[in-house]
Design a protein around this ligand. Structure first.
Ligand code: SF4
Length: 191
């Protein structure tokens, strides 16, 4: 699919999501955080749900955890602009609680739509909620992080959620280690 066609499909889906009332999160959100980023490399990062700052701005990963992620990506020479970043649910759960299973299921059509438009080759899963929502409830982020899994031709690499590194330097080291691996996988795919 041409890049322009991908962007057109994503835009149509974004417009639909912005009017979405399929789950109760629509009642408390300020803005729908659909996702953004480059699609040419067909690489995605998927987190859990928007936080307060994301809800206010309508953009993914712009709060403190997002800034930490940007810093790690920058330090390791990975351009955020080349990655399409989104979340499993597109509206903020009140008080930043984890999204409920029913909310993840209600929002699935948008994530599946993003997958079918972008056709990602490499997907980094940021945290346990994204891991379980996409690869299955039986996975544990503690055991699987840093190990890539190939499913239906897509390489998935789970890591910890960047928010977990805000007060825990050890978690930051683990995320850095995983993003180094992400970069190596990307270089391999681009050869
Ligand atoms: S979280 Fe998803 S399903 Fe729920 S209202 Fe927002 S866009 Fe719709």
């Amino acid at each position: 699919m041409e890049e322009a066609d991908t962007l057109k499909l994503l835009e149509e889906l974004r417009i639909k999501a912005e009017r979405c009332t399929k789950c109760p999160l629509s009642a408390t959100r300020k803005k729908v955080v659909f996702g953004e980023g480059g699609v040419r490399l067909r690489v995605m990062m998927i987190g859990e749900a928007p936080g307060r700052e994301e809800d206010a701005q309508g953009k993914p990963f712009v709060g403190r955890a997002g800034k930490l992620l940007d810093e790690i990506l920058h330090n390791l020479g990975v351009g955020r602009e080349n990655i399409y970043i989104t979340n499993v649910v597109k509206c903020r759960p009140p008080g930043n609680r984890p999204p409920r299973r029913s909310e993840v299921e209600a929002c699935e059509e948008y994530l599946l739509g993003q997958f079918s438009a972008i056709k990602p080759r490499l997907v980094m899963l940021l945290g346990g909620i994204a891991l379980k929502a996409i690869l299955g409830e039986h996975y544990s982020i503690t055991y699987i992080r840093g190990r890539h899994i190939v499913k239906e031709g897509v390489v998935f690499l789970p890591t910890l959620h960047p928010a977990s590194a805000l007060y825990n330097p050890k978690n930051r080291e683990l995320i850095e280690e995983d993003i180094r691996k992400f970069k190596a996988l990307l270089d391999e795919l681009n050869q």
